[in-house]
Design a protein around this ligand. Structure first.
Ligand SMILES: Nc1nc2c(ncn2[C@@H]2O[C@H](COP(=O)(O)OP(=O)(O)OP(=O)(O)O)[C@@H](O)[C@H]2O)c(=O)[nH]1
Ligand SMILES: [Mg+2]
Length: 364
C-alpha cells in the first residue's frame, strides 16, 4: 500500500461497546464510559450529533439499530431533529464483485479526502451479514489507516433484519452522519442480489468497481448493474495488470455506449485506478465532483433525492407492515403450518396468504 504508516499512536483499546462499533473513534475511554453510564436524553443526543461528537453519534446509531420498540420512538425523534441539518452532502454507493477492492478503494479515497481535511462517513449495506452475523466492514484491518483518522466515521452494516430493514437503517444513519458534519458519505455494498438497487436508491452517485479478467456475468454487466453505474472503476491497474486493466477499461467504455442515455444528461465513464498505488484515485473523485456539479446545476440531484424520499417512505411502510404482521400473536405459528401445506400442495400460496392476512385483520 502507498499509505505512510501513521505517526499517531493507536487509540487505546476501548471497553465501551459503542467504541467497538466505531473504529474511527479516537476519543479516550473515560468520557465514553461516563456518557454510557448516564442516561442521555434525545435532546442531548441531537446536541452531541450536531456538534460532531462521534461517541454520541455512535450511541444514537445504536438506538436506530435497536430492535426494541421504545428505542424506535426515541430514534425517530432524533432523526427528525437531525433531518434539517442533513442533505448538503455527496452520497456515493460503491459495489463490485467480492475482492474487486471496494474497501481498499474506500480507504484510498478516504485517505485522499482526509488529507484535504474533509470529513467522511463510511457505511455498508450487507444483507448477507443477517445470515452470517458478520459484516463487510466488520473487518477493521481492511481500513486500518482510515479508521484512525478523526475525520472518518466507519460503521459496519447492521447485522440484523431484512434487506429493506437494513437499507432503511442505513438511510437513517446517513442522515445522522450528515447532521454531524460528515459531508461525504460512501456506502459499500456486496455485489450480489438486490442490495445494489437498495443502495442506488439512497445515493447520488453509483460507482462500480471492476477488475480485468473477471467474467462479464460476474461483474454485473449482464445483471444490469452496469446500467445503474455512473462510473466504472477498473481497479488493480498496477504492476503486470496495467495493460489488462486498460484493455478492460476500453471494452467497458464501448459497452457503456450501448446503454440508453440517462435522463440526468450524465454520460457514464470508465476509468482505471489502483487502490494500492493510489494511481487514478484522485481522478475518480474528480469525476464524482464533476457529476455532482452537473446534476446540481440541472436540478437532477434534487429531483432524485425527492424521489428517493418517496421510495424511502414506501419502504418504511412495507417494513413496518411486515414487522407488525410477523409479530402478531398466532401469525408465525399459523405461517409455519401453512408453509408446510403450501410446499406439499395441500393449499395454493394465494389461499394461504389470504388466510394469514385475514387472520392479521382479525387480530390487529
Ligand atoms: N494489486 C492490487 N491489489 C488490490 C488493489 N485493491 C485491492 N487489492 C487487494 O485485493 C484484495 C481484496 O481487496 P478488498 O478491498 O478487501 O476488496 P473488496 O471488494 O472490499 O472485497 P469484499 O468486501 O470481500 O467484497 C485485497 O487483498 C487487497 O489488498 C489494487 O489496487 N491493486
Ligand atoms: Mg470490502
Amino acid at each position: 500500500m502507498f499509505f505512510k504508516t501513521s505517526k499517531k499512536p493507536k487509540p487505546a483499546p476501548a471497553t465501551d461497546s459503542a467504541m467497538h462499533e466505531v473504529p474511527g473513534c479516537v476519543i479516550p475511554e473515560a468520557p465514553a464510559r461516563r456518557i454510557r453510564r448516564q442516561p442521555i436524553s434525545p435532546k442531548e443526543l441531537v446536541h452531541g450529533i450536531l456538534h460532531g461528537d462521534r461517541i454520541v453519534l455512535a450511541r444514537a446509531i445504536t438506538l436506530i439499530e435497536s430492535a426494541r420498540h421504545d428505542d424506535r420512538a426515541l430514534a425517530e425523534e432524533i432523526i427528525e431533529a437531525c433531518l434539517p441539518h442533513a442533505g448538503d452532502s455527496i452520497r456515493v454507493g460503491i459495489t463490485g464483485v467480492p475482492g474487486a477492492g471496494k474497501s481498499s478503494l474506500i480507504e484510498a479515497l478516504g485517505h485522499m479526502l482526509t488529507e484535504r481535511r474533509q470529513k467522511l462517513a463510511v457505511l455498508a449495506v450487507d444483507p448477507s451479514s443477517t445470515l452470517s452475523g458478520g459484516s463487510i466492514l466488520g473487518d477493521k484491518t481492511r481500513m486500518t489507516e482510515l479508521s484512525r483518522s478523526d475525520l472518518a466515521f466507519i460503521r459496519p452494516s447492521p447485522s440484523r433484519g431484512t434487506l429493506g430493514g437494513v437499507a432503511q437503517r442505513t438511510r437513517e444513519v446517513m442522515i445522522l452522519c450528515e447532521a454531524a458534519g460528515f459531508r461525504n458519505v460512501l456506502i459499500e455494498t456486496v455485489g450480489v442480489g438486490q442490495s445494489e438497487t437498495a443502495v442506488r436508491n439512497m445515493v447520488d452517485f453509483f460507482l462500480l468497481v471492476a477488475i480485468s479478467g473477471a467474467g462479464d456475468e460476474l461483474q454485473g454487466i449482464k445483471r444490469g448493474v452496469m446500467e445503474i453505474a455512473d462510473l466504472v472503476a477498473v481497479n488493480k491497474a498496477d504492476g503486470d495488470n496495467l495493460q489488462p486493466a486498460e484493455f478492460a477499461r476500453s471494452q467497458i467504455t464501448n459497452a457503456l455506449h450501448f446503454f440508453p442515455a440517462s435522463p440526468s444528461g450524465w454520460i457514464p465513464k470508465a476509468q482505471t485506478c489502483s487502490a494500492s498505488t493510489g494511481a487514478g484515485v484522485a481522478e475518480l473523485w474528480e469525476t464524482i465532483l464533476e457529476h455532482s456539479k452537473h446534476t446540481r446545476a440541472n436540478g437532477w440531484r434534487d429531483f432524485v433525492r425527492r424521489e428517493q424520499m418517496r421510495t424511502a417512505m414506501r419502504s418504511a411502510i412495507e417494513e413496518e407492515l411486515r414487522n407488525r404482521f410477523e409479530s402478531t400473536p398466532g401469525i408465525p405459528e399459523r405461517m409455519k403450518e401453512l408453509d408446510h401445506s403450501v410446499v406439499t400442495g395441500k393449499i395454493t400460496p394465494f389461499a394461504a396468504a389470504r388466510e394469514l392476512l385475514n387472520l392479521y385483520s382479525l387480530k390487529k
